[in-house]
Design a protein around this ligand. Structure first.
Ligand code: ADP
Length: 819
């Protein structure tokens, strides 16, 4: 069911906008003033007049060209769309069975949509798909793209095929290059049986398919792409498992039996053994099951369906990536607006007995026929959710008025990169809000300047994918940036006068060093610079001492790595190449953001602050634990109060106070600070005590029992604060970074450009907008993370297998498809 949203701001609606209040509108755009129609699958059957009235009010129109789909037509009509002649250009949606000519694409208005991208045949023609994947195998490693059975295009590659065949005899499957529904497909066991007078594809036959009750089956998955640049992919939560009608036996004598070897519905429905099921509630009976019923069955058989689905998702992303460059280029050439095209692909996947999924083909217009009640149940929901997700703007196609948001925030942002970032985030979030049963399955292809920003968000969004060693590396890199900033400031601050703020900053660094160095296993000689010295000298000395600390700290991290045969949580963490790339590119603020969130999520900063001191301190102070807790509580309360009292304070960071030991705090105006609480009595103590303390601290704060006062800075918290944008200095590689694997990402990142710094120059509205997006994304991700299907394992799968070789890309998946 689509999300039903109420219009929030009454003042934004005109008096005639009553119907959309009923049900079917989501509000999009910067100021949430663009109405987008939400679909409801039941409307196809119920023919609800209220639902129809919204589309009717806006005179929404569609046309169906060179195809027929009762389901699509029914869905649109039940939502008040009316059908126009194929030659009529006043439509909101053109649903077509084939690709559009460039001149037709170029003439699209911003509110108009078509259901294909140009050059989608790069995916959907079997020969093109194979060639594109082969190219990826050559450039990114065969194993990384070993997702399709070995294939040759004949007659051109007959020689290669013959030599492959002579090395490894077995059955091969012959397919026309551009056909479907099993037409023209047959198996051969000898090259001499293959005709050479037509273009055909010959693929290695997967002779060990996974069987259910002895029958071969394949899986149809529905994949929606709403953009190729950036690549935005959604996988529908439900699919179909299609069974052969004759039990599988791979003896050569059966090679001609299509009902045994082909799983197409179009083929098997002709068999007298075909069993259909009339009950939509029964999903595991007959020759067509729901995908979830199939997964449930496999899970009962002891199969790891989470791993399987992770691999299927990976396969889908890889296939789309292989064609992405062609399609994105075509979009740039022919498609006037980013939102004009969307496409629903039908991915056919065969699972072998080792549970490895193989991509058989990608269908351009997957069948939406509803021959069985199960078809209708799955496909009607899917089409309805797809239409909601792609988002039809409620605009009368005859009235070409400008959208209300045009002169909004985006146009006030001068930096095109910022505009793009905002658009990408907003679009992704809006689509996510309307996703229904589509699982977010998002790949972002970004420029190098955007890379770090997105990666840092991903780290923040998906904190469990951070290993302990990585946490320490991130912390060390963060300190390194602080060190460089101090150094740079010492050079700039040659004058005698220095402010209270700068004084405080020095004090905080000193206190941090005292605390943190006592956590080191080795002794560190710490000399507090004399207060008599001028600011620049103190900054220089502190920077030097911070450098010493970092060196010892890195050594300990290195020892930690060496002492472990295998880092236990490394498997589930973010890919090391991606991580190193992030570390190298991230600004101080990027790192701050990640560390803050990581600390909050883990309810402890001890992972990167060390525990030596903590242990002794806990032992020493055990008897006074309750008292210490109370002190912490009051300090936290004060900090929280300070934070929330500040006008420009980042809300999400304030929230991190609730559990975290690292917290941001805004002092005044726009300045930002990160407050690190290495006090082991809070940082390393048992988590239950820590969280109890903090929860009550926040509760007290809400009831106003603690008042903020100047003592906040006098507490044991160590605060590193900066009020000036730090100069960006490329840090040296981390000692643990494997530079030989350094990706080829261009280092063109301008200045210190972390997004947070860039946003300093944004308007308050832009900032709050961004924060709203971020907090919404975070909430959604947390919801996703709570689901059964392990997010981090997919992150790790994707990053390990894909990002490893596609360095400027990063993808994440918040899947929840499971049995
Ligand atoms: P079509 O587009 O005509 O449906 P497919 O490539 O999907 O063509 O193949 C049709 C059927 O043949 C598949 O559903 C599957 O059952 C079987 N098949 C195709 N390729 C292979 C293969 N390499 N190994 C085993 N079975 C295959």
């Amino acid at each position: 069911m689509p999300v039903v949203r109420e219009q929030k701001d009454e003042s934004e609606s005109s008096s005639e906008e009553e119907p959309e209040k009923l049900l079917c509108i989501a509000w999009s755009g910067v100021s949430k003033r663009i109405p987008v129609l939400l679909f409801c699958a039941e409307a196809v059957v119920s023919k609800d007049v209220a639902i129809r009235s919204v589309g009717e009010k806006y005179n929404l129109a569609f046309k169906i060209v060179r195809t027929e789909s009762r389901l699509v037509r029914g869905m649109l009509v039940s939502h008040g769309f009316h059908e126009v002649h194929p030659n009529n250009n006043d439509f909101n949606l053109m649903w077509t069975g084939s690709h559009l000519k460039p001149y037709l694409l170029r003439s699209l208005q911003d509110f108009q949509k078509v259901n294909h991208f140009p050059r989608s045949y790069e995916l959907t023609r079997k020969d093109r798909l194979y060639k594109n994947i082969q190219r990826m195998q050559q450039t990114h490693g065969f194993q990384n793209f070993h997702i399709v059975p070995q294939t040759f295009v004949l007659p051109a590659e007959f020689q290669e095929f013959s030599s492959s065949f002579s090395k490894d005899k077995g059955a091969w499957i012959i397919k026309p290059v551009a056909s479907s529904r099993g037409r023209g497909i047959y198996l051969v066991s000898s090259p001499s049986l293959i005709p050479l007078d037509e273009n055909i594809l010959v693929s290695r036959y997967i002779s060990n398919p996974l069987l259910i009750d002895g029958f071969k089956f394949d899986v149809r998955l529905y994949v929606l792409v709403t953009s190729y640049d950036p690549l935005l992919i959604y996988l529908y939560e439900e699919g179909l498992a299609r069974f052969a009608t004759v039990k599988y036996d791979h003896a050569t004598a059966n090679i001609k039996n299509q009902f045994m070897h082909l799983t197409n519905y179009s083929v098997n429905k002709k068999s007298s053994d075909y069993v259909s099921c009339d009950d939509p509630e029964v999903e595991d009976y007959g020759n067509k099951w729901s995908m979830s019923a199939m997964l449930r069955y496999l899970r009962q058989e002891g199969k790891d369906t989470t791993l399987l689905m992770g691999q299927i998702e990976e396969l889908i992303i890889k296939a789309l990536l292989s064609a992405e460059i062609h399609i994105a280029t075509a979009c740039k050439m022919f498609v006037p607006y980013r939102c004009n095209c969307f496409e629903l692909y039908g991915f056919d996947v065969l699972i072998d007995s080792n549970l490895k999924p193989w991509l058989l083909e990608v269908n351009l217009s997957p069948s939406l026929a509803c021959d069985a009640p199960l078809d209708l149940k799955i496909k009607a929901s899917m089409i309805s959710d797809m239409f909601s997700l792609v988002g039809f703007v409620c605009q009368d196609p005859l009235l070409r008025q400008p959208r209300p948001d045009r002169a909004g925030i985006d146009s006030r942002m001068k930096n095109p990169l910022q505009k793009l970032q905002m658009k990408v985030l907003r679009r992704a979030q809006e689509e996510y809000d309307r996703r229904g049963g589509f699982v977010v399955f998002c790949t972002l292809l970004v420029s190098s300047a955007l890379f770090c920003f997105l990666i840092s968000w991903l780290f923040v969004l998906v904190p469990p994918s951070f290993s302990k060693v990585q946490a320490r590396m991130a912390f060390s890199s963060y300190l390194h940036r602080v060190q460089l900033r101090l150094l740079a400031e010492s050079k700039a601050n040659m004058g005698p006068a220095w402010t209270q703020k700068e004084h405080d900053q020095m004090e905080l660094v000193v206190r941090f060093l005292k605390r943190a160095s006592s956590n080191l296993r080795q002794d560190m000689c710490l000399e507090e610079p004399s207060r008599q010295l001028c600011l620049s000298d103190r900054q220089r000395i502190l920077s030097h001492q911070l450098g010493n600390f970092i060196q010892l700290y890195n050594q300990e991290t290195k020892q930690m790595v060496e002492s472990l045969d295998k880092i236990p949580d490394e498997e589930r963490c973010i890919n090391s190449n991606v991580f190193q790339e992030f570390i190298l590119e991230a600004s101080e603020n990027d790192l701050e953001e990640v560390l803050t969130f990581y600390t909050q999520k883990n309810k402890s900063a001890s992972v990167f602050l060390g525990t030596k001191y903590a242990i002794s301190k806990i032992q020493n102070t055990d008897s006074t634990a309750a008292q210490t807790g109370n002190q912490d509580q009051s300090k936290l309360t004060q900090s929280t109060e300070n934070c929330s009292a500040t006008k420009h304070c980042n809300k999400t960071k304030c929230n991190s106070l609730q559990n975290g030991h690292i917290q941001r705090k805004s002092q005044s105006g726009d300045c930002t600070a990160i407050e690190v609480l290495p006090n082991p009595s809070t940082a390393a103590e048992t988590e239950s005590r820590a969280s109890k303390t903090h929860t009550s601290a926040v509760r007290n704060k809400r009831t106003g029992s603690d008042q903020p006062n100047a003592a906040a800075l006098e507490c044991e918290h160590i605060v590193l604060q900066h009020c000036l944008p730090p100069p960006y200095v490329q840090p040296p590689p981390h000692p643990l970074a494997n530079m030989s694997q350094k990706p080829s990402l261009s280092k063109s990142r301008p200045g210190s450009a972390g997004l947070l710094k860039e946003t300093d120059s944004l308007s308050a509205q832009a900032q709050s907008n961004q924060l709203a997006i971020v907090s919404a994304l975070r909430k959604l991700v947390e919801k996703q993370a709570a689901r059964q299907y392990s997010t981090s394992s997919h992150i790790s799968l994707l990053t390990q297998h894909v990002s490893h070789d596609l360095h400027i890309r990063y993808m994440f998946s918040f899947s929840n498809i499971t049995a």
